[in-house]
Design a protein around this ligand. Structure first.
Ligand code: AMP
Length: 144
């Protein structure tokens, strides 16, 4: 899919928001939902999505949604740092298939990184659900 197109509310993140698909939730408020990426590129990889949005990517999003979204991202990123003590964190959004985007509901990746630990493949192996739940609990406990 290119940068241009129409929002499809059958996408997996829209289903998660409607409660039609499962997710290991980390944090939510009235604006955003944070949940664990099931194909994590590192330990603690999580995604943050706007709840009230039909933007397929960052470029399309309404300006008034960006502020609360990024506040949610910062909150979860800070909690991730406190919970997992990474050496760094990647905070990214892919826009269009050419950039690597695969799900067309705006989302921000929070990917903790440790020195000497290579980044896992984008869309790599599926995580163990119990491991993801344990990580989500650790991160959620540090949300402030
Ligand atoms: P992107 O390629 O930036 O569109 O990222 C989509 C991300 O969603 C990838 O990192 C996938 O691993 C992740 N993903 C796909 N399906 C699910 C799902 N059901 N629950 C959690 N993460 C998912």
């Amino acid at each position: 899919m290119s940068l241009d197109g129409t929002y499809d509310d059958g996408n997996i993140f829209a289903k998660i928001l409607r409660g039609e698909a499962p997710a290991v939730r980390v944090f939510e408020d009235s604006h955003v939902l944070g949940f664990m990426d099931v194909f994590p590129q590192s330990k603690g990889h999580c995604l943050v999505i706007p709840k009230h949005s039909t933007a397929r990517n960052f470029l399309e999003e309404a300006p008034e949604v960006i502020g609360p979204l990024m506040l949610g991202v910062q909150r979860i990123a800070r909690a991730t740092r406190a919970a997992l003590n990474p050496d760094g964190l990647m905070i990214t959004t892919f826009n269009g298939a050419a950039s690597g985007q695969t799900v067309y509901h705006l989302h921000v990746h929070i990917i903790p990184r440790w020195e000497g630990v290579p980044l896992g493949r984008h869309g790599g192996g599926m995580a163990d659900m119990e491991d993801l739940k344990a990580l989500a609990e650790l991160i959620a406990a540090k949300i402030s």
